[in-house]
Design a protein around this ligand. Sequence first.
Ligand code: LCS
Length: 393
Amino acid sequence: MKTEKSGFNSKLIHGGDFHDSLGSAVTPIYQTSTFSFKNADHGARCFSGEDDGYIYTRLGNPTIEDLEKTVAELENGFGGIATSSGMAAVNTVYLGFLGAGEHIISHNAVYGPSRVVMETLYPKFNVESSFVDATDINNVINAIRPNTKLIYLETPANPTIGISDIKAISKIAHEKGIPVCVDNTFCSPYLQKPLDLGADIVLHSMTKFINGHADIVAGMIVTKTEEQYKMLRSVMMNVGCNMDPHQAFLTRRGLKTLAIRIDRAQENAIKVADYLEQHPKVEWVKYPGLKSHPQYELAKMQMSGPGAMISFEVKGGLKAGKTVMDNVQMALLAVSLGGIETLIQHPASMTHSKIPQEKKLEAGITGGLVRLSIGIEDVDDIINDLKQALDKV
Ligand code: LCS
């Protein structure tokens, strides 16, 4: 009997609708590179698309497909395309939408490599880019050119936590026939649904909240239309940045607890952000749940919760920030985010180090900015850990 699964948590558990003849409760790992055909005609029909049988794991695999269907369902999209990493998802979208002589507008504070690859590799193929502060829609409007083929948002942005207005930007983009892609990594579909807000493509580093256990690297693209799904799927298959079945299995398992993990991490993050904002040694805190956040009202409109990512600066800048990072005892001094453990890192010298200094500063990635990914530990322990590290400043 099929489960009624209209609620988000029910979709997390039962999404994908995988069933096999053994009644497996969990989608098994189909650790196979290839699938045999019944006969030559069947093989030909699989290749022509007349038969939807599996062919070869780079093209499709039941374990991976279950994850793709589930995430697409959670994002209210047409279909999902799983990739080997979040960066593979980013590059699949870049390759799919941009050609020689064409132009992309992107937020200026996206994840470091999402900007670096566009500014260093794509110019070889004559792709033009404008990285602007997309938290102000006028900057996006002013950057539109006749050859603009994609608007790329990351909201909340890594690491500035700046928030861009998905609905308003999508409306303007669509008037000009430009598709909009949103990197939804910091929210996951639990807190934000970019396609419902008007975007065309949503992508994730599933390494983060979706898997949530810091044990795999993975990516996902979800499209609104069948046409864009087919186009991007073909890019992924031909580039060969497919997911592996074991990676899909772990991600599907991690995904089941997405909502309860985020509820808990977010509850902790709200308390940590409040604590930091009141701390005499802290210069500023950026967190969408704080009234002091410049896009606090917009965050309330487009996100169903403020999430678990916080950026802050200690008075005394980088030197003081390093003292905090070097002295935390429970939090891990590590990049990545969205896992069950609290992580602290320094974007200017770590995740965003390859961006030239003047571009970092223009984007608000200052030397003193420290980023926290709040985990699901006991909040008193997280706060006490930060307290004793701040005491050393
Ligand atoms: N998009 C965002 C917003 C990210 O934060 C990351 C990785 C990616 C895409 C790329 O995903 P990956 O290929 O790593 O799965 N962000 C990282 C970070 O802030 N620290 O380490 C990785």
